[in-house]
Design a protein around this ligand. Sequence first.
Ligand SMILES: *Cc1c(COP(=O)(O)O)cnc(C)c1O
Length: 349
Amino acid sequence: MSYTYEKVATPSSGLRLHLNENTAGCSPRVLAALRGLTAEQAAFYPDYTAVSGACAARLQVDPGEVLLTNGLDEGILAAAISALRDRTLTDPQAVVVTPAFDMYAACADAAGARVVEIPMDRDFAFPIEGVLRALGPLTRIVFLTTPHNPTGLEIGRDAVLQIAAAAPQALIFVDEAYADFADETLVGSPDARQFGNIVIGRTYAKAYGLAALRIGALVGAADTLDRIRRVLPPYSLNVCACVALCAALEDTAHYAWYLDQVRISKALLYDAFDRLGVRYWHSAANFVFADFGRDSRCVVDGLAAREVFVRDRSGDPLCSGCVRITAGVVEHTRTCISALQEVLCGAGS
Ligand SMILES: *Cc1c(COP(=O)(O)O)cnc(C)c1O
């Protein structure tokens, strides 16, 4: 079995509602900061003190509890390598709950692990029993996502802590890429701090709109992060990402405005789905997962014909008929809903 990250084709125009990006773009202050870069800043190796400090302050943790990475993707890869590099193990294992973000299995496989996939329970309920049963002495990393991609559902904190307690030999990687949109986070939680094996992943790609600048963060105990830092190049973040993140963190108004757009967009999508008789899941993230059943192919194609791009996940385990739609700028959501109405009203014929 081979695992790869499937890059989807990039449409040259139209509405990109297929990758959960920030559809409003980054704060204008980010562009101003990039324009203000000096020749020396470009010429000298970057120093991460200021940006790490700003990031830790925002997350309300110590600077030593934050490790910035070149996108959360690099954090996932580094965590996998660090957890799986033990040469004394002949068959290290990585546990992944499916459907899942492709990077977990791709990185665990690249790092030489056997990938153990645990399917979600009915209706995408978190399979706590299945995960606990899968844990063993060879388990070296467990990937959890909350809010989950592609469902938008949260994993209860108790489940995460139970897993961390049951597998002290493993790194418990809690991917919180969408936590900005949710009410809950494990960052700073005294419960999570009791477990040195929990590492939380965050990204500035989604809520802050910095996907192309590539910046994410791992949050956890300082000594756990030191072990991960050892497998990273010393300058994996470039200076553009650093100045961009500092500027983005300062623009709290832009951030709050965007979270509000997402909240309204989700409500509009729920409303539309209720009217159209489409099943969906209430999402704690910036997208909504919906089950169009046999119409899914024609919905995805019909929307694409109207230049609205959404993500067909119907090929994923348990996801037959399911489509993921980014909920960003309200105006974009309205355009998507109009197109959806056109497509679905013609679907049965
Ligand atoms: C988008 C996403 C990431 C990747 O974040 P980058 O910072 O862009 O690398 C990681 N995990 C999940 C679940 C995501 O959806």
